[in-house]
Design a protein. Structure first.
Length: 339
């Protein structure tokens, strides 16, 4: 019995050694750049050396937005690449990351899950680091010049008006009369009214929905016109935000737009995070020659539509008008009943 127990322990030890994490797989992590500028991107790669192809299942970590508060995930592979195969299978999972604060940034150990038969285990990678630097600032040295002396004006404003004021007034009246006559006869010939009465603008969300539908019909990113697609998409969002919230976004950066949205109580934090990701992808596509995945392009359009849908404002005038019509109908019915 003692010999039998000894043999069983030896067999169990061999099985445990065969399927221990150190024997079946190893993981590593690396970045393709050691230094970037604020807002630039770099590639983070996780590699798994699988010693048991077909038996060992590998699950790489998935990140929604960030790895840490300072490391933003802009894109990640949906399926890992197979770097090499044979007796040992090497898998590589890539992530596009960025950082917006200057200084040394360290990617912490990341968990990789392994499944074999009914056993599940986790192996952590090592760390990786890179440095984020600010944009270089150029200093322009302009030589100082002496202050110019005041010019001698022969006439003061009062003297000028006293001398030429009457002639200026007569010339201005003649110009107005000529303009009115020319406009009158020109627009009469064109069959138009003398004064254009502009129709009231559609509500901002109606305009945004119409433009978003038109953008989807163009299928720009499907035609490899990714930059043009994100330029038009962000313009639609900027115009909507300007009209809906009274913002001024056309001259603002993406981060300034996000900061301005956070000052508005009617915009939830989930919507703000979605807009931050949409503008982040758009900036990479427009300025960094980044080619987003089809899922990212579709995600950006859907989140833009959802943002407009959840922040739209129904005009009070319309609801008031409906209430007044309802009251009038009720009064008419009451009068008929009384008769």
């Amino acid at each position: 019995m003692k010999k039998l127990a000894k043999y069983i322990l030896i067999i169990l030890g061999l099985i445990a050694a065969e399927y221990s994490p150190a024997q079946v797989a190893s993981v590593s992590m690396s970045v393709d750049k050691d230094t970037i500028v604020v807002g630039d991107t770099l590639s983070l790669t996780l590699k798994v050396h699988n010693n048991l192809p077909g038996k060992l299942k590998v699950v790489f970590p998935f990140f929604k937005d960030t790895i840490t508060s300072n490391i933003h995930v802009l894109a990640q592979d949906s399926v890992p690449d197979t770097v090499s195969s044979g007796k040992k299978l090497v898998l590589a999972q890539k992530y596009v990351i960025s950082a917006y604060d200057s200084g040394n940034v360290t990617v912490p150990p990341l968990p990789v899950i392994f499944n074999i038969d009914t056993v599940t285990d986790t192996i952590f990678t090592g760390t990786a680091s890179f440095f984020v630097k600010l944009f270089p600032t150029d200093t322009l040295k302009v030589p100082l010049k002496d202050v110019k002396k005041p010019l001698n004006t022969p006439l003061t404003l009062k003297e000028f008006l006293d001398t030429y004021g009457l002639y200026l007034l007569i010339g201005l009246l003649l110009a107005i009369i000529i303009y009115v006559l020319v406009r009158y006869f020109t627009r009469r010939k064109q069959g138009k009214a003398f004064i254009d009465i502009k129709k009231p603008l559609d509500p901002p969300h109606i305009v945004a929905f119409r433009r978003l539908e038109a953008l989807r019909e163009k299928k720009l990113w499907q035609k490899e016109m990714v930059k043009e697609y994100y330029i038009e998409l962000t313009d639609i969002l900027r115009e909507y935000m300007d009209r809906r919230f009274g913002m001024s976004t056309m001259e603002s950066t993406s981060s300034e737009i996000i900061d301005s949205l956070r000052e508005r109580k009617e915009v939830s934090e989930d919507l703000i995070r979605d807009m931050e990701k949409v503008f982040g992808i758009a900036d990479l596509a427009k300025f960094a020659k980044y080619k987003p995945l089809p899922d990212e392009n579709d995600f950006a359009w859907k989140k833009a539509y959802e943002f407009v849908e959840k922040t739209k404002s129904v005009e009070k005038a319309e609801s008031n008008g409906e209430e007044e019509n309802g009251n009038e109908s009720k009064n008419d019915n009451d009068n008929v009943s009384n008769d």
